[in-house]
Each structure stands twice: as structure tokens, then as C-alpha cells.
Design a protein around this ligand. Sequence first.
Ligand code: FRU
Length: 495
Amino acid sequence: MRPDDAPFASHAQELARADASVTRMSGTRRDRWYPTYHVAAQAGWINDPNGLVFFGGRYHAFFQHHPYGTDWGPMHWGHVSSPDLVTWRHEPVALAPSIEAERDGCWSGSCAVGDDGRLYAFYTGHRRQADPMDASSRREVQCVAVSDDGIAWKKLGVVVPGVRPMGNFRDPKVWRQDGAWCMVVGQQSAEGRGQVALYHSSDLLAWEYGGIVYEHPTPGVRMLECPDLFAVGDEWVLCFSAMGMRAQGYVGRNYNNAGYVLGSWELGSPFVPHTDFIPCDWGHNYYAPQSFEAPDARRIQFGWMNAFRFDAPEKADGWCGQLTLPRELTVEDGVVHARPVAETERLLGPAHTWDAVELGANERFVLADDLACGRLDLTLDLRSTDAERVGVEAHRSPDGYCLHVAYDAQTNCVVVDRNRSLRGNRGYRAFPLRSHRDTLKIQLWLDRGSLEVYVNDGEATLSELSYPGEGPRELALVSESGTACVTDLTARWIV
Ligand code: FRU
């Protein structure tokens, strides 16, 4: 046995200990912001979606999980499964650190169903050597585990040690391409540049280096986490989560930023980009997305509604972190569109519909006295609107908290404004509309502790965490300094 593959603990015991901790912590969890329909752990911390796959008649979503606390810590793989992408069942923790190569964590990765019908999980073994903040003192390698049922895993050890020892070399994404197995991995070059490396294999176990498919053009972008390379129709999408990007206008405003470039690619050649970096999502809380191909060939992506760089209030409640809704990706008019998968309609309960609403200047129109979880659809008739801003106050609680989603006429942007957030971070994010149109469609998905905004049928999304106070959560339309006309207005409750 190679030293990296040697166990330092019993995997079965580590899993049992992790599950016991989650059960213990979930006993005292507070649910004021705990999601009713988004994926989260029963308790403890989660980050990236991992290993998304349809296997054995169910969808499986794994995620980075720290089962011993509400902060990021030594990573495990948590696990939920679903028959339909919307009703999720908590499964036992799938992977816990137990061999030398992953002494400090089983980091992000992906799943593939092998030619033998078994499920393979590829993930990064992470080890600190001396100083955890110094990449040269860390070591990252790619490991594999195999399962017959998606629940119980047998570790097979390190399969991709890298072409040289690397401290930033992670997040293997594996898929089948032209009869070969391919893996993309994010890495930092010796010169400190963010790159995506390719490996290929005929049996999922022996991997050969296939070169660099992409290097980020901007010096300073030092690492591309969670790379994902896939075709949508005739277009190739290279998605990654960039560390070290500087903000430019509305783009790149988060601490680290998830986005994509469109281009062309074939096995054996580098990726040829046709676009600049485009954010996957324009909100504050989105990172580390991963996609997979559903049995009906839809390309579906989950993101992490991240709470990495601020003191997320839900930590006091015994949990932290949730995933976005599964979003179906298409490429339309030269950009990726992301819509909630059709199955999400099953979540929806009673509907309330209004005829067109004309709002006077500075008017407020209450749509629902209490809508914590639900969906709102509306169309703004921009020809009949002269308000400076018109939009929705969501999750407005009696203490004055609300999240404000609006169309801003001055900048032609859809904005999420957290100025009246009493908990969590403030500030705003904006999606600049690509053209001036007569109408604007907005769809909001509200859950107890989050808000997802879909603009113009998925042309853009904005993901936000939300922390309303005690009591009812009002939903209202508001126009500022001018009148507005809202049509096709429907609120649906999720119960
Ligand atoms: C992205 C990330 C990955 C890594 C994982 C560790 O959020 O930093 O690159 O594998 O999280 O939890």
C-alpha cells in the first residue's frame, strides 16, 4: 500500500461519529431560517454541491459538510437523495477523512456511473503540512471511492497525484466524452496562475495527464476552483469559481466569483473561449456550482448559496449553508439561461392572481400578509412605468427587515438591495439588462432563509440569503418616485 493510501482511522467509525454529531446537533436546531425546500444538512456547516448524479433510480446530491460545527472545518461529504429533484431524503454521511492523503478533508468532486454499473466518487484529498495558509505547505491529490448503492463507499485511494506536488490542485469533475473518461481539475500554475487541467482514462482508475485546457487571462486570478466543462447544444461552457478576481462594474463583486466562458473544445485540444467571463449568478450568495446531465439529457446545475465571508446569523441556530434550486441550463442569445427545473412546479400550493396593478407614485401594495415560502411571478410593463425604481419588498417582518428586489430605471438593472437587512450583510447587487425592452419578467422563490430571483425566464439569476425577524413576513409591491404598471401577477404558497 502506498503511504498516501494508508488509513489513519477507521472509515466506518468516522462515519458513525459524524452521523451521531449531526443527529445530536439537529436536536437543538432552530428553524426560523432553515430551508423548507432547498437542500441543507440536518445540522452543521455545508458548502459546495458535490457528486451530482442520477443513480439507482434516484437523484443524489452530495455536499461539502462539517458535521461537528457550524463553521467550515475538516470536510466530509454529506448526502441527500430524491426521486424527483424536489423532495429530498437525508442519507448518512458518505465520506469522512480516514486515509493519509485526505487527513485534513475530503474536498469537492464529482460522481460518475462506471461501465461496470457502479458509482464512482472522485474527490480531492486535502492535507495540511505545516502552515495551513501557505499553499506550499499543503498537498492536494485526487482520490476515488466506489459504491454499489450510493450510500456505502469503499475508498480506493489516490488516482491522480498531479504532475508535481501541488497545494492548489482540486475539485475533479469527471464525465464521458467521445468514448473516453475525462476529468478537469482546477490548479495553480508554478507562476501562480489559475488553470484548468485535463486528465483522461479508459477505466476510471488509471489516469493520464492531457494538458492545460484553460488558463485564466488575468494575472492575479490565482486559482480556478470547481471547474466544470460541458456542452449545451453546439456551445461548450467552461464554468469555474475564480479566486483573486478584481471587481469591474457589476461583475466580480463577491469575494470569490463563479462564472463561465463560452467557447469551443474537443478532446486533445485546449478550450478556445468566445466570450469574456460572465457571472453564473449576479447575487451576493452564490458559489461553487456543479452541473450534471439528467437521464433525459437536461443539463442541471446546483450552486452553493454561500455564507463564507460573513458571520451568517443561522450559525447561532445550529446549521449553516444551503444549495440553490436545481436549475436547467440552456444557451440562448449567446448567454447561459438558468431556470428552475420543471419539477419545482410540484412544490407550489394555492395561488393568488391579480389583474394588472397600477401603482401610484410612492405607493405600496400589499400582496400577502405572510408569505415566508412561495413563488411570485410578475411582469413589469416598462412602457407604462416611470418610477425611478419599482419592485418587491420580500420577507418584510414587523421589526422592519426586508429584502428589496427592484427594477432600477436609471441604470436599467435588476437590483437586490439589502439596505434594510437587520441581520447579515448589507449592500446591493445588480444585473445590467442586456437591452431596453418593453416588459421585464421577474420570478422570486422565497424560502424561510433565502430568495432566488429569476429575470426574464432565466436570462439572469440573483441568489440571496435572507434573515427576516419574528412574526409574519409581508410581501408588497412598491414604486419609488413615479408610477408603475405590473401585470401577470401571481403569488403561490409553498406549504
Ligand atoms: C470551493 C472550495 C473547493 C474545495 C472546497 C473545500 O468552495 O474551496 O475548491 O474543494 O471548497 O471545502
